[in-house]
Design a protein around this ligand. Structure first.
Ligand SMILES: *[C@@H]1O[C@H](CO)[C@@H](O)[C@H](O)[C@H]1NC(C)=O
Ligand SMILES: *[C@@H]1O[C@H](CO)[C@@H](O)[C@H](O)[C@H]1NC(C)=O
Ligand SMILES: *[C@@H]1O[C@H](CO)[C@@H](O)[C@H](O)[C@H]1NC(C)=O
Ligand SMILES: *[C@@H]1O[C@H](CO)[C@@H](O)[C@H](O)[C@H]1NC(C)=O
Length: 258
């Protein structure tokens, strides 16, 4: 009996989270995220093309704070040891404010009244927005997680911890950063959406690409955050001789391509 009650409560708390299951710090208050009218809330799959400019944010109830920060983190960066993954900070913007009156939010999820979060005119992003671009590696589908933090009462030190952390996007650990900043209990809304690479998976680690052997497709250099495919090593020989380089290249490229 007690077991049943505990099990039901556990199930309820899991389904209430607006952030991905198991992600910490979690939030149960949905952050409404949309890209020019395309709803990106509640774990929905969003097209890569639709998500390349920063989204609009809102909450359905008015929050009490006067100043907010938003973080967006990819939780599913491929590594050279799948299924292990890494994280990447895609966006950090401080100085958001919330409109005091509700306005119509008209998205693919329907129409509702919501309180929009407004970007500050004068505050540059701590980490400028990188659009999602999952490469053809495992996992093909990535969870882009947003956290809204109430920074109304945050000290200068707290804000500098955030700013500092935004300098290294790869391996961004939201729980550690927010705990260090003393803001782990100031998460007022959260969300995630998925963007999926259509595949097929190109296996960087074994060099077994669909392009055949002998040709190294991809140079390991990237042309910006949009690039969709990871560098491919076409032959096992190349893979071996380049194994040292590969690690460095992939680590360097990951910052730009995911
Ligand atoms: C909502 O958006 C749809 C699609 O863009 C549009 O056809 C409709 O007129 C909009 N409704 C309102 C009330 O703005
Ligand atoms: C979102 O991505 C995660 C991580 O790859 C995956 O486990 C989950 O199934 C995806 N969700 C959808 C709806 O595709
Ligand atoms: C390489 O790819 C071929 C064709 O897709 C597949 O049959 C083979 O098992 C792969 N080998 C390795 C080592 O992954
Ligand atoms: C990235 O995408 C944007 C918008 O789609 C485009 O304007 C820009 O040229 C692309 N950058 C690169 C390096 O491909």
């Amino acid at each position: 009996m007690l077991f049943n009650i505990v099990a039901v409560l556990a199930a309820a708390s899991v389904s209430l989270a607006a952030t991905p299951q198991g992600f910490k710090p979690a939030s149960e208050t949905p952050l409404l995220v949309s890209f020019s009218g395309i709803d990106a809330s509640g774990g929905k799959i969003v097209a890569k093309e639709a998500s390349q400019a920063q989204p609009q944010l809102a909450t359905s109830s008015r929050l009490t704070g006067t100043s907010f920060a938003v973080l967006m983190i990819d939780l599913d960066i491929p590594t050279n040891s799948p299924p292990a993954t890494n994280t990447l900070l895609h966006w950090m913007q401080t100085g958001l404010t919330q409109s005091s009156s509700a306005t119509l939010l008209n998205t693919t999820a329907g129409r509702s009244n919501a309180f929009a979060l407004q970007m500050p005119g004068a505050v540059a992003a701590a980490a400028s927005y990188f659009g999602p671009s999952p490469p053809a590696r495992v996992p093909l589908s990535h969870r882009y997680t947003e956290l809204l933090i109430d920074t109304s009462a945050a000290s200068q030190e707290s804000m500098s911890v955030l700013m500092q952390a935004a300098q290294s996007r790869q391996g961004f650990n939201a729980e550690q950063v927010l705990t260090k900043a003393g803001l782990a209990n100031k998460i007022v809304a959260g969300n995630f959406f998925n963007v999926t690479n259509p595949g097929p998976v190109q296996n960087v680690a074994t060099g077994n690409s669909t392009g055949g052997s002998g040709s190294a497709r991809g140079t390991g250099t990237t042309n910006g955050p949009n690039q969709t495919t990871a560098p491919i090593r076409g032959s096992a020989v190349l893979q071996k001789t380049n194994s040292l380089l590969l690690g460095a290249t992939v680590a360097g490229a990951a910052l730009l391509i995911l």
